[in-house]
Design a protein around this ligand. Structure first.
Ligand SMILES: [Fe+2]
Length: 195
């Protein structure tokens, strides 16, 4: 089991949960959900490869993310819930990043993955030093449409993600967590030597 039950340290508002029940999913989202269901049913070692196939669907059909889920918030990046697995095994979200909006430096309580759908995101990766409890930056990469990542729970993959550009960026995220807990049980915020 990859999901940790450790106490959450990072909370951010979740948008779209109410609309989720009202709006039936489109064909592209239904297709994506089926691929994710297949991915999590397969051996865990195949997760990244299988999610990569799922993200290929997302990149092939822009109708996957409706206009309402592409809207950025004025103060910080916006999380729009697109799908919550009925069994609580995973959640699919669209994140809209306004110019200059970044996540905190964080590891993850659960497996997580994402793909850039529109615009460009900057990702800084960190090496977490257990002795000092600090994350040290390793480098920053600019990710354009088509970039995909998949990481497991823990502090072996600490990063900060955000939008250093002038336009809104959009990314699709799939987390191994119940949709009701996605705002509190995904990001494991850690102190760093450089924010
Ligand atoms: Fe993350």
């Amino acid at each position: 089991m990859l999901m940790s039950t450790a106490a959450p340290a990072h909370t951010i508002d979740l948008q779209g949960a109410a609309a989720l029940a009202a709006d039936p999913p489109g064909a592209a989202l239904r297709h994506l959900v089926r691929l994710v269901e297949a991915a999590i049913a397969a051996p865990i070692g195949e997760l990244a490869e299988r999610l990569d196939l799922a993200y290929a669907v997302a990149h092939a059909d822009d109708s996957l993310v409706p206009a309402a889920a592409r809207v950025a918030a004025p103060d910080r990046y916006a999380r729009h819930l697109l799908h919550a697995d009925a069994q609580g095994r995973f959640a699919i979200l669209a994140l809209a990043w306004g110019p200059g909006q970044f996540s905190p430096v964080h590891g993850h309580y659960t497996w997580c993955s994402y793909a850039v759908l529109d615009g460009r995101l900057s990702e800084t990766t960190y090496d977490y030093d257990a002795a000092s409890g600090l994350a040290r930056p390793l480098g920053t990469e600019v990710l354009a449409r088509g970039a995909r990542r998949c990481e497991y729970a823990g502090l072996s993959a600490v990063h900060k993600l955000g939008n250093a550009e002038d336009n809104v960026a959009l990314s699709l995220h799939i987390y191994g967590i119940d949709g009701a807990r996605v705002a509190t049980h995904v990001n494991r915020v850690v102190p760093s030597t450089q924010h």
